[in-house]
Structure formats: structure tokens, C-alpha cells
Design a protein around this ligand. Structure first.
Ligand code: AMP
Length: 115
């Protein structure tokens, strides 16, 4: 079964795509948690961080560089932002196609609630 994000990458499901190249697609999160909330997704299907192969090293680096450039384009680079990749149940992963959240546009508070 293709994931939601595979369908977005294939153009079979609507999304507000803000960047696309041969390796990644970036689109607005449908339920934003901050004024800027973009998902940066590899075009290749990788389910979780656990499934990243050694040969994907450059692809993962590319995702970070795309996030850097999108942060600049959306005027959040100077104030700062957060990049998040959730993995599996304890990480809160909902969609099993690797994705990096780019969040910014307001102070984001503590990374996780301290216990
Ligand atoms: P995660 O919990 O890290 O798996 O994050 C999944 C994210 O995907 C959530 O922030 C959702 O709001 C977002 N999301 C789910 N469906 C869509 C969609 N069709 N288009 C854009 N974002 C989506």
C-alpha cells in the first residue's frame, strides 16, 4: 500500500508543494504546528530512520540542505527553527515514509516535556 506521501510525490494526492527535485519533495503540513511547517520527504520510499541505508547518506544530507534553503526562503533562518524526524511509536511517527519537519515562525518552546 503506498503511503500518503508516496501519493503526494506521485501527484495523486493534492498538496502545496514548495520544492521538488529529483531526490526530494517538500510540501506544507496539512495540520501546521507553527507558522512555517514544511515536510521534506525523500522521493524514494524509506519507511523510518531505522530503514535508512548507508548508501542514503548523501540523500539525508540533501534533505538538511533543502531545509536550510527553505528556512531562508521563508524568512525564519535568523530567528531560528527546528528540524524533527520522528521514528516509530515512541517518536510519534504517523506516516511511514521518512520525513523531516521544518518548523519555525514562533518560539517553539522546549523540545520535549521534561519528566
Ligand atoms: P509524523 O507524526 O512525524 O509522522 O508527521 C506526520 C505529519 O504529516 C503530521 O504533521 C501531519 O499533519 C502531516 N500530514 C498528514 N497527512 C498529510 C497530508 N495529506 N498533507 C500534508 N501533511 C500531512
Amino acid at each position: 500500500m503506498p503511503t500518503l506521501f508516496e501519493k503526494i510525490i506521485a501527484g495523486q494526492l493534492p498538496a502545496t508543494v514548495v520544492f521538488r527535485d529529483a531526490r526530494v519533495t517538500a510540501f506544507l503540513d496539512i495540520k501546521p504546528a507553527a507558522p512555517v511547517h514544511i515536510l521534506i520527504v525523500p522521493n524514494k520510499a524509506i519507511a523510518t530512520v531505522n530503514d535508512i541505508a548507508d548508501e542514503d547518506e548523501a540523500l539525508i544530507g540533501h534533505m538538511v540542505l533543502v531545509a536550510r534553503d527553505l528556512a531562508a526562503q521563508h524568512q525564519i533562518a535568523a530567528d531560528g527553527y527546528r528540524l524533527i524526524i520522528n521514528c516509530n511509536a515512541h517518536g510519534g511517527q504517523e506516516v511511514y515514509h521518512l520525513h523531516m519537519h521544518l518548523l519555525g515562525g514562533r518560539p517553539l518552546g522546549p523540545m520535549v516535556t521534561r519528566i
